[in-house]
Design a protein around this ligand. Sequence first.
Ligand code: SAH
Length: 192
Amino acid sequence: MDESLYKTILLVMLFLFFLVRSLFMRWSGLGDSSYVKRLRENLLVALNWTGMVFLPLIYVFSTWLDRFSLGFPSFLRFFGVFLYLAALVLMFWSHRSLGGNWSMVLRLHRNHSLITSGPYRFIRHPMYLAFYLIVFAQLLVSSNWVVGFYGVSAWSLLYFIRIPSEEKMLKEKFGDEYNKYKEKTGRILPHL
Ligand code: SAH
């Protein structure tokens, strides 16, 4: 099938991603909050914007990256579309549950509360799971190893560096409540 079809699909999905994010953006940074590892966090987030948005846009609007095609069959590329949409649903659900406690970089708000409902009942990092699904979906849909492997690597770097600090921060804030919550949930896969 024509590459321009997949480019258009990826562009629509990026638009939907921003739509979901914009619905909840206003909640970020409400009231006083304390940052954790601000410089490191901002660098990791910037790296991920290039992987999740900038490179996919180069793939969509130019032919520069076309020579890095992986030649995936169309059923795999459409499976990527399904994964991306599933990720957006999970992202929406996580945002709704997290409410004003959400932030793009690690932060504790003055009135921070520990959320254990919605997807947080099963896993501690549903939004990060959604982002994993998104970078894998982009690999499949674009069938492009530059877009795919940069996205997956940048995301993995943020994921593995951030999670220990995020969990330490929440443990310091919520103590035993967080320990108990941790026993009942998995990171991105539920306990069976
Ligand atoms: N890691 C979570 C949240 C990502 S947003 C997820 O993947 O769904 C990052 C912010 O969420 C962090 O700054 C942290 O303060 C906050 N956070 C993470 N888990 C939380 C929880 N269970 N309750 C309240 N805030 C949480």
